[in-house]
Design a protein around this ligand. Structure first.
Ligand code: ZN
Length: 375
């Protein structure tokens, strides 16, 4: 975050004028010293309220100055055209059944719309005359009745996701391939900008899938390609999940590894059970009134400070240094944790790591994370 020290006398003067004008206009009760930001009322609406809120959610790109620099006099500046509060999605009406999208990776990818035409040829992994889409479809078709037996509405989705797909969970089902027959294991990833709900879905899936299948986890495997899955890219594509749909991509195992194949092909019902358990454990644990958990974070694009910003492997001052970023490069944050941003760096080279929030400056640039892919 930039060290931003404006003249508080000037701000107090401007704020005094604004508050006076507001008081005159609103003729409302005098605000107390602890007045907070205005309440934003979500759109009233029935089942599709989440998608409706998603469309109007915006956020000012500049972060507020750190609270420790605030003077004792509270300052409230209304920003009617650029709300700094994102409306919280409303809970669904009581009795609404859960809805889960099971996306069959690569299925009918030749039918992807124009905006995703570059992925029409992405057929995924293959082994012994079987392609990944066939395996993914077989597993998804086994998961569907398991969830339906629990009262869940299930959408079996092809590669093309319905516009702003709105559901209680979106699970993209994929399998891996490698040039090495020894590489094996499953992995599960959330979108770059992860809501708390997506993280809970990921954690529930990791636990259940591991228990049901007995397959090992591929600890080195979470890639740019998974986090940047095209169906997550609601900012770029129409055919993507809604911003507030909790989402994960699961790579079930390697089609090119004999031990993984023995489970995915020979014991497919265990694989399906693991996915269904993961979804159900997530849904049952989730607080339906906690709409805020559905919101992914939003951050401004950052740049390094003039002396250079250090990119580290973990959010600690003694962590391994991955690189020094210069001000020509752009830093795209997707997570904030204890005063550190987890970021993708773009420019002369591309890398993921952590930077101190007080070692970067906010920009007003609009820059996206790496181009969405279909692993
Ligand atoms: Zn795939």
């Amino acid at each position: 975050m930039p060290l931003f020290r404006p003249s508080w006398r000037a701000i107090a003067l401007v704020a005094g004028i604004i508050i006076a004008v507001n008081a005159a206009l609103l003729m409302s009760a005098t605000p107390g010293p602890s007045r907070t930001l205005p309440t934003v009322t979500p759109q009233p609406s029935p089942a599709k309220v989440v998608g409706a809120v998603q469309a109007q959610s915006t956020m000012a790109p500049e972060p507020a100055p750190p609270p420790t620099t605030m003077p004792p006099t509270p300052v409230w500046t209304p920003t009617p055209t650029r709300p700094t509060v994102i409306p919280t999605p409303s809970p669904r009406p009581a009795g609404t059944p859960w809805r889960v999208g099971l996306q069959v990776g690569h299925w009918k990818s030749s039918e992807l719309p124009e905006e995703l035409a570059r992925l029409r040829n992405s057929t995924g992994a293959y082994y012994g005359g079987i392609n990944e889409a066939e395996l993914n479809l077989d597993i998804a078709q086994r998961v569907k009745p398991l969830l339906e037996a629990q009262g869940v509405i299930v959408d079996l989705l092809p590669a093309t996701v319905p516009p702003s797909y709105d559901a209680d969970a979106f699970i993209a089902i994929h399998a891996d391939g490698s040039s090495s027959a020894r590489v094996r294991g499953w992995k599960v990833a959330t979108p770059w900008r992860t809501s708390p709900a997506s993280q809970q879905l990921r954690d529930a899936m990791a636990t259940s899938y591991s228990q049901a299948t007995g397959l090992p986890q591929d600890l080195n495997g979470i890639t740019f390609n998974m986090r940047g899955y095209y169906a997550f890219s609601y900012r770029r594509h129409t055919h993507a999940i809604a911003r507030t749909t909790p989402a994960i991509i699961l790579e079930m195992g390697f089609m090119t590894n004999a031990s993984d194949r023995a489970v995915m092909f020979g014991q497919a019902d265990r694989v399906a059970q693991g996915i269904a358990d993961g979804a159900m454990n997530y849904l049952r644990a989730r607080d339906p009134l906690d709409g805020a958990a559905l919101l992914p974070p939003e951050f401004p694009v950052l740049r390094a400070i003039p002396s250079g910003t250090v990119l580290r492997a973990t959010p600690r001052d003694d962590a391994r240094v991955l690189a020094t970023i210069d001000p020509e490069q752009r830093i795209i944050p997707f997570r904030l944790h204890d005063g550190w941003y987890e970021v993708v760096v773009r420019g002369k080279w591309r890398m993921i790591g952590w930077v101190r929030a007080d070692q970067v400056e906010a920009t007003s640039e609009q820059l996206n994370l790496p181009t969405p892919t279909n692993p």
